[in-house]
Design a protein around this ligand. Structure first.
Ligand code: F6R
Length: 607
């Protein structure tokens, strides 16, 4: 993940910027850079590779300016070269960026036509040129940023430095996190409190959609409608630890909120953002064309990611999938094809059952692929091909961001398989990739449902049983919703395929049973809606999660949560968010130990 630091210092900013960036090294990066104001002019130092390369450049050509922005970049659009390293700048403005600008191609064409000259392959550079053109047209920095933000689509965090403005930096967040640090005659911006720990423990976290203008003596924060807002300042307990809860009460809440950022980051490893095509990470370029079948195995939440992937691989690549939970897979003794691919999915990479299944499949002569979050784990080490999720450290025992990152990787692999097997055309690939790129933004919008979901939680806390229903790829999300609720609130919950309810479980339904129905307005909506009516007729309390069209066609419910409209393909990634929030707030309401629920371990290393 990219890291951002911005400083209005009393002394030279560059050494402090590097200090802050060092704290963000844990997020991973492959180039770095800083920009400061030298006599009012923007001057940059950038370097490929580790921060020591940047430090060497700064030692050879020091910067003394007191205002600056810095960045560690994990390459997304364009290779990790010096030219692509941030900050990106014109004579008027420098910008550092974390996230994805979805509409950068269109903006780049427009700005090029106006005479802007681009010197990198990044999506970020459009922001510098866009703000610059507004400044040139006479807008003051605050207005230029506010106007530019309205033109950007995507999920991102940004920090700006302006030529001639020794006492101003501007930050903005939409989807990716950004925090303000308050010092003694100094002020800072950072991706998180960890970056700012060397300077201050007084932190104001920006909320989604906020932007802020910082001077050494004043911080003004505005919401997405440019209305001034107040955000609380808290004392951070980060000190030297790298993984902290930030402003969140629990790691789980933080990890849910991080999803637009980490899913965006994971996607950038599998999608060439410039061409809009799938491009697997170096060393993971697997060819699916010759496979007869694909075996998938995993446990718990990771298994549900595999269940979603089965729909994708079968639909988009016409590749038959054998899938089972890892503790059953090898005992079933399924006939496995030597030379075939077995895909293990695991956050920790240490789950004993998944590891045993990996070894079983290897003994049968299969090639092993691993969708795994911990790159140094046993499963990652023993796999032939690693498809990394870059969710970052997941501390909450209940898996959230690792799950959606697994879905992001599996979605990309299914598209790749579809192309390799000539089921998908180039145009199909472009369309599916375009819908994937939108996911971080849509997830960020979905997070805005949190206050509504929090209100619902009190009703759920009273329930003894909760049912979750879904069809197609919403079915595994229903299973995941039930698992999340069970494990952290201890309320009994079950997920069912919506069409299966009438074959037995409908006997459970009465007016005390909330029934969560996951129903995007897609080709399956009408059928799920009929199943919903069957439940309503028996007094069940329907909580419908759908999009605006679904809500308009749904009829009466106990509650309807309206998520943004997404392509059917990517809806599992979006619908995962409200079911996580629902479980989380129910557990908080009930006062359970959310991050470390009873009887559960984060990594299950026994069979
Ligand atoms: C549920 C949960 C577990 C894990 C499962 C597999 O919230 O976290 O069901 O998904 O134990 O763990 P990993 O992915 O580490 O193999």
């Amino acid at each position: 993940m990219c890291g951002i630091v911005g400083i209005l210092s009393r002394d030279a900013a560059a050494p402090q910027l590097v200090d802050g960036l060092k704290r963000l090294e844990y997020r991973g990066y492959d180039s770095a850079g800083v920009a400061t104001l030298e006599g009012g002019r923007i001057v940059r130092r950038r370097a490929e590779g580790k921060l020591r390369n940047l430090e060497a450049k700064l030692a050879a050509e020091p910067l003394s300016g007191r205002a600056g922005v810095g960045h560690t970049r994990w390459a997304t659009h364009g290779a990790p070269t010096e030219a692509n390293a941030h900050p990106h700048a014109t004579e008027r403005v420098a910008v550092v960026h974390n996230g994805i600008i979805e509409n950068f191609r269109e903006l780049r064409e427009e700005l090029t036509a106006e005479g802007a000259v681009f010197t990198s392959q990044t999506d970020t550079e459009v922001i510098a040129h866009l703000v610059s053109s507004l400044l040139e047209a006479g807008a003051a920095p605050r207005l230029a940023v506010a106007e530019a933000l309205k033109r950007l689509r995507g999920a991102f965090a940004l920090a700006f430095l302006f030529a001639g403005e020794e006492d101003l930096i501007i930050g903005a967040r939409r989807g990716s996190p950004l925090a303000i640090g308050h010092g003694d005659g100094e002020v800072y911006l950072g991706s998180d409190a960890v970056a700012l720990a060397p300077f201050t423990d007084e932190i104001t976290y920006l909320e989604d959609g906020d932007w802020a203008a910082l001077t050494r003596s004043n911080v003004e924060i505005f919401d997405e409608n440019d209305a001034p807002v107040a955000r609380p300042t808290v004392r951070s307990a980060v000190a030297s630890v790298v993984v902290d809860k930030g402003q969140y009460r629990h790691f789980m809440a933080k990890e849910i909120a991080e999803q637009p950022e980490v899913v965006g980051h994971t996607l950038t490893r599998f999608v060439d953002m410039t061409s809009g095509r799938i491009s697997l990470p170096a060393g993971a370029d697997f060819d699916f064309s010759r496979l007869d079948r694909l075996a998938i195995s995993a446990c718990g939440t990771a298994y549900y990611a595999g269940l979603v992937a089965r729909y994708w691989f079968e639909k988009f690549a016409r590749l038959p999938v054998d899938i089972d939970i890892a503790s059953e897979f090898r005992y079933r003794e399924p006939p496995l094809t030597p030379g075939g691919l077995a895909l293990m999915i695991s956050q920790s990479g240490e789950t004993a059952d998944t590891l045993a299944t990996l070894r079983h499949c290897r003994a049968q002569g299969m090639k092993i692929g691993a969708v795994v979050n911990v790159p140094t784990s046993t499963i990652a080490r023993e796999a032939d091909v690693v498809f990394p999720t870059t969710a970052g450290v997941e501390v909450g025992v209940a898996s959230t961001k690792a799950f959606t990152c697994q879905l992001a990787v599996l979605a990309a692999l299914a598209i790749k398989a579809g192309r390799d097997r000539k089921v998908l055309s180039e145009a199909d690939e472009a369309r599916l990739v375009a819908s994937l790129i939108e996911v971080p933004r849509l997830m960020a919008e979905t997070l805005h449902l949190e206050p509504e979901i929090e209100k619902l939680a009190s009703a759920f806390a009273k329930a003894q049983d909760v049912l979750y229903l879904g069809r197609g790829t919403s079915y595994p999300i229903a299973l995941e919703g039930a698992l999340k609720l069970k494990e952290i609130s201890y309320i009994h919950a079950e997920g069912y395929a919506a069409g299966e309810l009438k074959h037995g479980p409908i006997a459970l339904v009465d007016e005390n049973v909330p029934v969560v129905v996951l129903a995007p307005f897609d080709v399956l909506f009408e059928k799920t809606a009929s199943n919903m009516q069957e439940v309503a007729a028996r007094g069940g309390k329907i909580v419908l999660i759908t999009d605006a069209e679904g809500a308009a066609h749904a009829g009466e419910t106990f509650a309807t949560l309206v998520v943004p409209k997404a392509y059917a393909f990517v809806s599992p990634l979006i619908y995962a968010v409200p079911i996580q929030l629902l479980a989380y707030h129910t557990a908080v309401f009930m006062g359970t130990d959310v991050d470390q629920p009873r009887n559960l371990a984060k990594s299950v290393t026994v069979e």
